[in-house]
Every structure is written in C-alpha cells, then in structure tokens.
Design a protein around this ligand. Structure first.
Ligand SMILES: [Zn+2]
Length: 315
C-alpha cells in the first residue's frame, strides 16, 4: 500500500467556481473537498512509487535534452531555456524535491465548470532557482466540476448500497455478514471515476514538472516531448509521461445515451480503454481490466508499465 503521508494544501485549496457561486471555499468536512483530497493524494502517491519517480526522471531528462538541442544555433530571443544546471545523473534527487514540494505546498485547486476535459493546469512564472521551488507558486490546478459532482453522487450510491447490505445481513438468520475475503471483483462507479481522475491529475502534475525545470509558464513543452498519436504543436509532456508510465493513453468511453434514458445516465462513468498506437480515430483500444483498476487504486506495489494491463481488444 502507499505509505500515508501528509498532504499540505493551499489554505483555500478548493474553490467552487460555478458562476452562481463565485469562489466559495468548500468547508473542511465537505464531501467534495474530501473527494478532491483523495484524488490528489493518490495521484501523488502514484508518482512517489519507484516507477513513478523513474518515469518523471525520464520525462525531465527528455525536456532538458530536447531544449538543449533546440537552442543550439538559435538566437537568444528564440531560445526555449530551462533552469536545470546540475548533472543529469542527479535528476532523481530533483524529482524527490519536486514531489516533496507538492506534498508540502500543493497548488491552488479550483473546481470549475469551465475546465476542459478532466483537469487542466495553468502554469505561472515562479522563478529561476530550482532550489527555491514552491509548488503552490507555480500554477493552479483546475478540476472538472461535473466529474467531481458525479463522484459525490457515486459515493451516495455506494453508501446506500452498503446500508442495504448491512440490513440484509442483519435480517438473514445466523448469517454473520460479509466475509473479510469478500473483496469486490469489479470497481464501482466511484472507483471508475477515481481511476480516471488520478491518472488525469498525475498527467497535470507532469505539466508542473515542466514548469519546475523551466521556471516559466511558457513556452510549453518542446515538440519532441510528446507522444503519437496525440502530438500537438506545443508538445505534450503529460501524454509522453502516460506513454512511459502506462504504456499508452487512457481514454474514457462515455456511456451511450439511448432514447428513453434518463439524464441521470450522464452521471455514470464511462469505461477506460488503453490506446497504444495509431491515429486517434482509428486506434484500437483495449479495455482496462477491472483487476488492474482495483490494484491501481489499492496502491499495488506491482504497478509497472505494461505489466498489469490485461488487455481485451474491443471493436
Ligand atoms: Zn496535458
């Protein structure tokens, strides 16, 4: 299991940015705040594993060497500098420092209806000396309001289900309730959402890592630090990390709405698929296995790129 660590969050770490409720700080005990905390904690814990740190060091090395290469022969005004001055062999130490700053001073988190996708990062210029890095000064993390609300809904459903099960086991004569080894085989809706959000937040933290190495909000990741089929003009360090760490990209397939479905269907998570090659429109995806999701959320030590994906092709 992940070792529990403190996660020190910005004073007003969760704000609700729905238009009708501008910048309302969520109460300490509010469910959404607890849900967000659980996501952030798991995303950090994932990156704090040996494999997580190795994957970040790999991304960092690629960012540094790519920028060095690009800058050769460019005039100063067109350069894309970084602020890493140590030997590449010492990168693991700097990754530790980066992760420790995330634990100690997590950036401001906004739950916003304007967030595109699951999560977004807005980086800030924070300085030029990596020894002085404070994660909270380096940007803001935005989380998708609807997904967090749906997670609250899924949590309600889980509690109602557990209550029903308790009642049933009480009424069964002689039954002693659930056995301890009765571990669920399928992730519930809350866990499916959580898996989605933990990967998304870990992806966003890779954008913070870019900021850690460059000191600035811009320019974005250089071209070469990206991954097919999602290459973009600006580079995508987060996608590059997903390819390194997960062996591909995880996308959620939203539940299909058919006629007569209640709008409530939109409250449900999709199913995660892993894509490892091809263009976005023709890529063959593999459904991520339930046991992988459950192991992942339990913080399985055996998490390793490419090893736990029990792939089932779909068409
Ligand atoms: Zn990204």
């Amino acid at each position: 299991m992940f070792t529990p660590k403190d996660l020190v969050l910005y004073d007003q770490f969760v704000l609700d940015t729905r238009p009708e409720k501008p910048e309302l700080e969520l109460h300490e005990s509010s469910r959404r705040r607890q849900i967000v905390w659980a996501i952030l904690d798991s995303a950090l814990a994932l990156l704090e594993t040996r494999q997580g740190k190795e994957s970040l060091a790999m991304v960092a090395e690629r960012i540094i060497t790519t920028r060095d290469k690009i800058n050769k022969g460019r005039t100063k005004s067109r350069q894309e500098p970084h602020i890493y001055t140590d030997k590449l062999a010492n990168l693991p130490r700097w990754i530790d420092r980066f992760l420790a700053s995330m634990r100690d001073h997590f950036p401001l988190v906004l739950i916003s209806t304007l967030t595109e996708g699951e999560a977004e990062t807005k980086k800030k210029d924070w300085g030029s000396d990596m020894r002085m890095y404070v994660a909270a000064d380096a940007g803001t993390l935005y989380l998708n309001h609807d997904i967090i609300a749906n997670m609250g809904h899924a949590m309600d459903q889980r509690q109602a289900r557990e209550e029903r099960e308790r009642q049933n086991s009480r009424t069964r004569s002689g039954a002693k309730g659930k056995k301890a080894n009765d571990q669920p085989q399928e992730p519930d809706e809350y866990q499916l959402f959580k898996f989605q959000m933990v990967i998304s937040v870990a992806h966003e933290l890779v954008h913070f890592l870019t900021g850690f190495l460059t000191g600035t909000a811009k320019p974005n990741t250089p071209l070469a630090v990206t991954a097919e089929p999602y290459s973009t003009k600006d580079g995508e360090a987060g996608r590059f990390w997903e390819a390194q760490f997960l062996g591909g990209f995880v996308e959620y397939w939203a539940p299909e709405l058919s006629e007569g479905d209640s709008p409530d269907t939109l409250r449900h998570p999709g199913r995660p698929y892993l894509f490892d090659e091809g263009s976005v429109s023709t890529a063959l995806g593999y459904e991520v296995s339930s046991s992988y999701i459950l192991d992942f959320l339990r913080g399985s030590r055996s998490l390793a790129p490419g090893h736990l994906w029990e792939t089932e092709p779909f068409d």
